[in-house]
Design a protein around this ligand. Structure first.
Ligand SMILES: Cc1ncc(COP(=O)(O)O)c(C=O)c1O
Length: 414
């Protein structure tokens, strides 16, 4: 593994691994819900509030200039990280959910009409589902859903069959938070654009794990949550193509996004400030920029490779256990590191509680993907989601204690 020799050093950057301070050991396998934060990110946020705190873009004094510089530098770092054409295409939001809502309110409600079609996949997180329910209800557009092949991945034939001249908006996950499938988004964009549809990518589970390139993917919008990629909570990104953004109405109204305000009407700035009404989360933006610097120092390809090797190992071991059902693409070219599974006959919450007794943190429930669970004919699942800072020993402990789950509840191991 590329990072094996460096991992001890990397783990020193994460305070949650300090058992003494934390009061217990934690094997954190809930990284898809939110990642842990390295100390350099926490320090960058803290330093901002200690030495640079002021309201950016407002005023002429030393601190406000410093805060503005830090905030705009963060925007430029993010633009570079995802290879946007310009930092004007980077809008700070709270999270992926807000980014998707921004598109729904400012683009979709204005541009979609009755009988237009919105195409999503059954993999989508609720934030990329309910948003389009709302748009469909308000505009009269029809929501169509693409299903999966027998390897828990998007069925591209179904996609091509459902993409028609009526499809005006396609919104797909870049990586499923349940099955880890990474759809071929470049192909989806190419086919959708040929049909005249714009494409939204929910990048919440993709950007933290794999290099993304907006100019290569060529999607129209891309949403990111900072907290899933080593950053503070409450900071997210919406990438959008500049020509589309500048023709969209604001999402929220208030200070900083205006050009002129008269007694009876107002005019607005262009992107990105058009979509950043009110005082923004400057500390969060600085934390996100620091997280990106940290990930780039490790190397996004190294991160992907390590997570892939750890998850391949975990999946190969889980595949051997007769009482485990696993919902993960086998032998996929590109795949994430969240592994959803069930222990036969045992409720996922029981599995998670018993594992917690052994200091192992996994998620249980529907992971905000109820339609997908229904489609898979299960109510819920457990999910072990792996990050580059996890180790093979941690995966082994997790696998060992899965046996304890059955034992604790009086089941055998067959
Ligand atoms: C694929 C996916 N999309 C969207 C979201 C929503 O992210 P947030 O809660 O940060 O808005 C999540 C969160 O788990 C996710 O996994």
């Amino acid at each position: 593994m590329l990072l094996d020799d460096k991992i001890v050093k990397i783990r020193e950057d994460f305070s949650y691994l300090d058992e003494q301070k934390l009061g217990r050991k934690i094997i954190y396998l809930d990284n898809a819900a939110t990642s842990q934060k390295p100390n350099c990110v926490i320090d960058a946020v803290s330093d901002y509030y200690k030495y640079q705190n002021a309201n950016p873009h407002r005023g002429a004094h030393y601190l406000t200039v410093k805060a503005t510089e830090a905030y705009e530098n963060a925007r430029s770092s993010i633009a570079k990280f995802i290879n946007a054409k310009s930092s004007d295409e980077i809008i700070f939001t709270r999270n992926t959910t807000e980014s998707l809502n921004l598109i729904a309110y400012s683009y979709a409600l204005e541009n979609l009409k009755k009988d237009d079609e919105i195409l999503i996949t059954i993999l989508e997180h609720h934030s990329n589902f309910t948003t389009w329910h709302y748009v469909a209800e308000k505009t009269g557009a029809k929501l169509k859903i693409v299903y999966l092949d027998d390897n828990f991945s998007v069925d591209m034939t179904d996609f091509e069959n459902k993409l028609t001249s009526k499809t005006k908006l396609v919104s797909v996950t870049g990586a499923s938070n349940v099955t880890s499938c990474m759809p071929d988004i470049e192909k989806i964009v190419e086919l959708s654009h040929k049909n005249g549809a714009i494409v939204v990518v929910d990048g919440a589970q993709l950007a933290p794990h794999k290099k993304v390139d907006m100019q290569k993917i060529n999607c129209d919008f891309f949403a990111i949550s900072g907290h899933k990629m080593l950053s503070p909570m409450g900071i997210g990104i919406l990438y959008g193509k500049k020509d589309i953004l500048d023709n969209m109405k604001p999402f929220m109204y208030g200070g900083e996004m205006i050009e002129y305000v008269y007694e009876d009407y107002s005019t607005f700035t262009l992107s990105p400030t058009r979509f950043e009404a009110g005082t923004m989360n400057v500390g969060g933006a600085i934390g996100l920029a620091k997280a990106i610097e940290y990930m780039e120092a490790i190397g996004m390809d190294n991160i992907y490779e390590r997570e892939r090797q750890l998850s391949e190992y975990a999946v190969s071991q889980l595949n051997k256990i007769p009482y485990i059902d696993i919902y993960y693409p086998q032998n996929a070219k590109n795949v994430g590191s969240a592994i959803a599974f069930n222990v036969k006959e045992i409720h996922p919450h029981d599995v998670a509680s018993i594992l917690d007794n052994f200091n192992i943190a996994v998620r249980s429930g529907h992971h905000c993907a109820m339609p997908l669970h229904k489609y898979l004919k299960i109510n819920a699942s457990c999910r072990a989601s792996i990050s580059f800072y996890n180790t093979k020993q941690e995966i082994d402990e997790f696998l060992t204690h899965l046996e304890d789950v059955r034992r604790t509840l009086g089941y055998g191991l067959e």
